[in-house]
Design a protein around this ligand. Structure first.
Ligand code: SAM
Length: 267
C-alpha cells in the first residue's frame, strides 16, 4: 500500500501534519547538526520524516503501525538514510537504542506524538533521561500548558512538577487543528524539553517525589497538612521549608524536591 492510500487509525492517534509551514517551523526549532543522533517517534506518513531526512541525511524512526513500515522505507530511501524501528515506543529502551553508522552522542527526540499516550511516552522517555539531549514534541496544547505551568497557575499540577523537576520545559508555538489530516478536536502546541543534569536535579528518589506530589495534588483544595497526612507530619513539611497551611498549587517544584529528599532520607 502507498502512503497516500493509508487510512488513518484513530486508535493510534493518527492525525498527520499537512502544513508545510508547521513542519518547517519544527525543523528550524530542532536545527539538527551533522553527526547528531536524531530519532522521530511516530513518523506516520512521513510529513516530518522526509523533510528531516533531507535536512539531516540520517534518521531513526519508531513506528507501531505495520501498514506504514514498508511504504515509509520505500519513500524514505529517496530522501536519506532511514532506520525504521517497528515497535511500540513504550517498549523501546532509549538507553540502548542502536546508533547509526556515523551518528553519536545523546538522543535528539522529535515527534508529533499520538495524543492518547503522550504522557506515558514522556515518562517512559524520562526513565532514560541521561541518554537524551533534548525533545521537541507536538502535544495537545492543554497538556503543554500543564507541563509548563508554575505555582499559582490553575493548571499547575502533578505533570508540571514531575516534568519540571527533571527537565527545562519551553513551549515554542501553537498549532491549530487545520494543520492536520484529519484535524484533531483540540489545539496543539510544540514544546522543547531539555533534561537537566542529575547534579542539578538533586533528586534522591523519583518514586518518592511522585508519591508526595500525587498525594498533594489529589485534593488540590486541601491544605498540605491534610493532603499529606498519610505521608508525613507538619513538622517535616516545615523542615523542608513548606507552610503546612499552604495548598499544593502554591508550592514551587524545588520545595517538593526538598520534601521528597527528606522523606527518602528518613528525616
Ligand atoms: N509524524 C506524523 C505526522 O506528523 O504527520 C504522524 C503523527 S501521528 C499524530 C502519531 C504517530 O504515532 C502515528 O504514525 C501512529 O501510528 C504512531 N503511534 C501511535 N502509537 C504508537 C506507539 N505506541 N508506538 C509507536 N508509534 C505509535
Amino acid at each position: 500500500m502507498s502512503l497516500d492510500a493509508h487510512r488513518h487509525k484513530k486508535q493510534l492517534g493518527q492525525h498527520f501534519l499537512s502544513s508545510p509551514g508547521v513542519v518547517d517551523k519544527i525543523i528550524r526549532a530542532v536545527a539538527p547538526k551533522p553527526g547528531e543522533f536524531v530519532v522521530e517517534i511516530g513518523p506516520g506518513g512521513g510529513a516530518l520524516t522526509f523533510p528531516l531526512l533531507r535536512a539531516h541525511g540520517e534518521l531513526t524512526v519508531i513506528e507501531f503501525d505495520r501498514d506504514l513500515i514498508e511504504p515509509l522505507a520505500i519513500e524514505g530511501s529517496k530522501h536519506g538514510r532511514l532506520t525504521i524501528v517497528h515497535r511500540d515506543v513504550l517498549q523501546v529502551d532509549f538507553g540502548k537504542l542502536g546508533h547509526g553508522h556515523d551518528v553519536e552522542g545523546p538522543l535528539r527526540l522529535v515527534g508529533n506524538l499520538p495524543y492518547n499516550i503522550s504522557t506515558p511516552i514522556l515518562f517512559h522517555v524520562l526513565e532514560h533521561a541521561e541518554a537524551v539531549r533534548d525533545m521537541h514534541f507536538m502535544l495537545q496544547k492543554e497538556v503543554v500548558d500543564r507541563m509548563a505551568a508554575g505555582p499559582g497557575n490553575k493548571v499547575y499540577g502533578r505533570l508540571s512538577v514531575m516534568l519540571q523537576a527533571v527537565c527545562r520545559v519551553t513551549p515554542l508555538f501553537d498549532v491549530p487543528p487545520g494543520a492536520f489530516t484529519p484535524p484533531p478536536k483540540v489545539d496543539s502546541a510544540v514544546v522543547r524539553l531539555v533534561p537537566k543534569p542529575a547534579a542539578e536535579i538533586g533528586l534522591a528518589d523519583p518514586a518518592m517525589l511522585d508519591r508526595v506530589v500525587a498525594s498533594a495534588f489529589q485534593q488540590r483544595r486541601k491544605t498540605l497538612r491534610n493532603a499529606l497526612a498519610g505521608v508525613c507530619g507538619p513538622e517535616v513539611l516545615e523542615a523542608a521549608g513548606i507552610d503546612p497551611g499552604a495548598r499544593a498549587e502554591q508550592v514551587p517544584v524545588a520545595a517538593f524536591v526538598a520534601l521528597a529528599n527528606r522523606l527518602a532520607a528518613g528525616t
